[in-house]
Design a protein around this ligand. Structure first.
Ligand SMILES: C[S@@+](CC[C@H](N)C(=O)[O-])C[C@H]1O[C@@H](n2cnc3c(N)ncnc32)[C@H](O)[C@@H]1O
Length: 176
């Protein structure tokens, strides 16, 4: 479903807050803009809705997706057409200032993406993780169970986290 073209009255009403599910885009784009000469990674590009705004604010941008997202990426940056796990094994570029984790939303991969991103993050960098609120705010079919990684991150005394508690949840993470 193309949510961009729906009339407000046509939005599905059984999906809490679905109509506002794209609000993360200007926030991620603004976060990238806060870093001069930013290096940006987006795990899960899909149709480039966030990418086109966020990557445009970066000096260097790397998108990762198992699908061919390149036609949607406005010729910005580089697509790593592979699973995120492989990307983190192969990436040897500069440390990213911002990593947006929005790929596979199931816990093992989500956790692996977040901690892999933390291991290569530039000093002072920020990770943003999408879909971090629990059911029934989110639904497993759409948001997986990766939201549990937020609780793990919140318990980690070496990390600082902040979550925007609006559907489907956006959590920021940085090293203390
Ligand atoms: C929610 S969409 C991304 C939306 C995009 N970040 C945005 O805000 O417009 C999730 C994307 O992750 C991709 N994906 C799923 N599992 C993946 C994995 N293991 N590695 C890389 N990409 C994955 C899917 O193909 C899909 O395009």
């Amino acid at each position: 479903m193309n949510t961009q073209t729906l009339n407000r009255k046509e939005w599905p009403i059984d999906h809490m807050g679905y109509e506002n599910a794209v609000w993360h885009t200007p926030i991620i784009a603004g976060l990238v803009a806060a870093y001069p000469e930013a290096v940006y990674h987006e795990i899960g590009v899909l149709r480039g809705d966030c990418w086109r705004s966020a990557a445009a604010n970066a000096a260097e941008a790397h998108g990762v997706d198992v699908m061919d997202s390149w036609p949607y990426m406005d010729n910005i940056g580089q697509l790593w057409h592979m699973k995120s796990q492989q990307f983190f094994r192969e990436y040897d570029g500069p440390p990213p200032d911002v990593v947006f984790v929005d790929g596979d939303h199931y816990l093992p991969t989500c956790r692996n993406d977040v901690f892999s991103a933390l291991s290569i993050l530039a000093p002072g960098g920020t990770i943003a993780v999408h879909d971090t609120l629990p059911p029934p705010i989110t639904r497993r079919e759409l948001s997986g169970d990766g939201w549990q990684v937020r609780e793990e991150l919140e318990r980690n005394m070496r990390l600082e986290t902040f979550t925007i508690w609006r559907y489907p949840g956006l959590t920021f993470v940085r090293a203390r």
